[in-house]
Design a protein around this ligand. Structure first.
Ligand code: NAD
Length: 261
């Protein structure tokens, strides 16, 4: 546990399931107050809120579409109204659509980039606005992916959005560093969450994914949440503008594992 997190206020977008859910719970364990954003799964968000409170934190759930300005504003308002301010904003919400690029529709491209890219801009902008206006030390964590670095055929919109998140994170980290605002990314590898449920249910695809991980296993949402807690805490006080890969070594070019090539 990180004692400086006790009593801090966080917003977690897309917190009803998967990695966002695990981050909310971990923040509860750190005795933080958490605004848990959900898009459609109210029951999942409420379960997450109950878990946060069971861990010793405080929680409120807020329905909002993070790809809209009103959505981001509603989350900030919930943090201020319910918990008196904001310390940490986690842009976690994300989605992907698989499609060969030459067959992809503009609508699908817009859907993915609206959440994975524009949502990160809107969440960051809203948090930065609050931190600057209140001259507050602030912390932003953007959920990227190993696919900010590794190309991903048939998921071009996702890879393009995550590549954008990488440089957006570095840019605003530099822009706000001297105002005591830290901005970092997390790049998960293959993590066991609903986004992968269908893929991992297929043994062939599951085994293929594991074969791309030097540590030979799929990661857990809690392992990603541990990275978020560290980045949110003062233990990482001199860290800004990085992507913390939590990927079992997936970004280490595993095809070279045998020393051939
Ligand atoms: P998930 O599908 O379990 O959760 C995604 C969450 O985002 C859901 O709660 C969903 O409702 C929410 N969301 C989607 N659109 C939204 C919108 N417009 N407004 C608000 N919320 C919205 O997926 P996950 O695996 O938990 O993914 C979380 C993040 O981690 C994503 O950004 C994803 O790209 C990233 N990631 C995941 C993996 C993995 O292997 N699971 C790997 C790399 C990166």
């Amino acid at each position: 546990m990180y004692s400086d997190l006790n009593g801090k206020v966080a917003v977690v977008t897309g917190g009803s399931k998967g990695i966002g859910n695990a981050i909310a719970k971990r923040f509860g364990n750190e005795h933080m107050s958490v605004v848990i954003n959900y898009h459609s799964d109210e029951a999942g968000a409420q379960k997450a809120a109950d878990a946060v409170e069971a861990e010793g934190g405080r929680a409120v759930i807020v329905q909002a579409d993070i790809s809209t300005e009103e959505g981001a504003e509603a989350l900030l308002k919930a943090a201020v109204d319910n918990f008196g301010g904001l310390d940490v904003w986690v842009n976690n919400a994300g989605m992907e659509i698989k499609s060969p690029t030459h067959e992809s529709t503009l609508d699908d491209w817009k859907k993915v980039t609206a959440v994975d890219q524009t949502g990160v801009f809107l969440g960051s902008k809203t948090a930065l606005n609050y931190f600057v206006a209140n001259q507050k030390k602030g912390n932003i964590i953007n959920m990227s992916s190993v696919h900010e670095q590794i190309p991903w055929p048939t998921f071009a919109s996702y890879a393009a959005a995550k590549g954008s998140v990488k440089l957006f994170t570095k840019t605003i980290a530099m822009e706000y560093a001297d105002r005591n605002i830290r901005v970092n990314g997390i790049g998960p590898g293959a993590i066991n969450t609903p986004i992968n449920a269908e893929k991992f249910a297929d043994k062939k695809q599951y085994d293929k994914t594991v074969s791309m991980v030097p540590m030979n296993r799929i990661g857990t949402p809690e392992e990603v949440a541990a990275g978020a807690a560290w980045l949110a805490s003062d233990e990482s006080s001199y860290v800004t503008g990085i992507t913390l890969f939590i990927d079992g070594g997936m970004t280490l070019y595993p095809a070279f594992k045998d020393g051939e090539g």
